[in-house]
Design a protein around this ligand. Structure first.
Ligand SMILES: [Zn+2]
Length: 411
């Protein structure tokens, strides 16, 4: 009799276990999320990044600089960590050091690590030899930060929503002498404020990741400052104690905040952006009509596409293109270096489908190597064009790679 029971169990056991496994998977929370923040303001006098005119080191702190990490994990254990920083850019050496260590320590593969810099011009020139001590401690801080965000993973719900904010203006003005760096109210802009909303299992807000396409250059003085993005994060966190607010810089290479050059403007722009995030969350509405709940699977891909050097004898650039896809609900496309707004507008136009994911395009991610002008900007000339050392084939190459990766991650 016992022999029969064992035989029956051997036959139906695997089926039963598989069903039970399925049921457990159904019960598992759809998402987990964790967030962490760390101050990265230099404690020593360092040169400032962004404007060549400032030869003297910083003389003080107007606002602390922060790095934030937001970790998300789907039901199958797929993870992605977004690391955002109040810094000028993500230089290759930093990306490599952090990516190697988080892979070793937390088994987080490079395609699951998205690093983005706000491009504040009031942060340290951390790639210089004189900044080696700061660079090393920054690397350690970021690695620990990723660890903290993963340690803090807890059941969550995710949703996407967006609003608009208007202080970014195109900064390319056509004149008889060519394109000048000057506010142009008629030039192309992307005023979208995309927001990833992270709520705890009980529905309370845990974190927001939000974007905007505009240089963080309200100020260019000799004090540490996160600029408008720093204030937007600070104000949102003040208004929502316990919530982590992180900023993902968009394709703002040809966009400046206006008005500018006075600190109260940076604060006002920060308040405007924080208010736009509130608008996206629709905090005062009972029915959040425009919020899009996110479902899995979570998948990501990071691959280089070669940008050919426009100058003989100069090296080509393996330009990293990063796509993070939340099922059929949201795709975050993270492009590297200083990307002009045309890329964001074109990719959203080409990739947004009625039955497809919402498209969010970031710039200044994973590498920082010159400007990335569009075909149009290259033809027109001007500052962004003359600082793009790649052949005009770059736009089709980058856009083609995004299409390829997004298609490959189709759930
Ligand atoms: Zn710039």
């Amino acid at each position: 009799m016992r022999g029969v029971a064992i035989w029956v169990w051997l036959v139906i056991g695997p089926v039963f276990c598989a069903r039970a496994g399925e049921a457990l998977k159904e019960q598992a929370p759809e998402w987990k999320a964790g967030a962490a923040a760390a101050v990265i303001t230099p404690e020593m006098p360092l040169s400032m990044a962004g404007y060549a005119g400032r030869k003297e080191p910083a003389e003080g702190t107007e606002q602390e600089l922060f790095a934030k990490a937001l970790a998300v994990e789907d039901r199958d254990g797929n993870r992605v960590v977004f690391v955002t920083m109040d810094l000028i850019g993500v230089i290759e050496r930093l990306r490599t050091a952090v990516a190697e260590q988080v892979q070793q320590k937390y088994q987080l593969p490079p395609h699951a690590l998205l690093m983005n810099a706000s491009h504040t011009h009031c942060g340290p020139a951390y790639g210089r030899d004189e900044a080696k001590t700061y660079f090393d401690s920054l690397t350690q801080t970021l690695v620990d930060l990723v660890g903290k965000s993963l340690d803090g993973l807890e059941p969550a719900t995710l949703s996407y929503c967006c609003a608009r904010c208007g202080f970014a203006m195109n900064r390319r003005t056509p004149t008889e002498a060519g394109y000048r760096n000057h506010p142009n109210p008629d030039g192309p802009v992307d005023h979208t404020v995309p927001v990833l909303r992270v709520a705890r299992a009980d529905g309370t807000l845990r974190a927001v990741l939000f974007g905007y396409a505009c240089h963080n250059t309200t100020m260019g003085f000799r004090k540490w400052l996160g600029d408008y993005a720093g204030y937007a994060q600070e104000y949102f966190e003040q208004d929502h104690p316990g919530v982590t607010a992180a900023f993902l810089m968009g394709c703002g290479a040809d966009q400046n905040p206006y008005p500018r050059s006075e600190l109260p403007y940076a604060q006002k722009h920060g308040r405007s952006l924080a208010t736009a995030v509130e608008a996206a969350l629709e905090v005062n509405q009972r029915t959040p009509l425009h919020q899009r709940p996110l479902h899995g699977p979570l998948r990501s891909a990071l691959e280089p596409v070669v940008l050919e050097s426009a100058a003989e004898g100069r090296p080509d650039f393996p330009y990293p293109v990063h796509v993070v896809r939340f099922g059929n609900d949201l795709a975050v496309i993270a492009l590297a270096s200083e990307v002009v707004v045309d890329y964001s507008l074109r990719l959203k136009r080409e990739l947004t489908k009625p039955d497809g994911p919402a498209i969010w395009v970031a710039g200044y991610s994973n590498a920082y190597n010159n400007y990335v002008a569009s075909q149009r900007v290259l033809e027109e000339g001007g500052y962004e064009a003359s600082n793009t050392p790649w052949k005009p084939s770059l736009e089709e190459r980058i856009v083609g790679k995004v299409h390829e990766l997004l298609g490959r991650l189709n759930p």
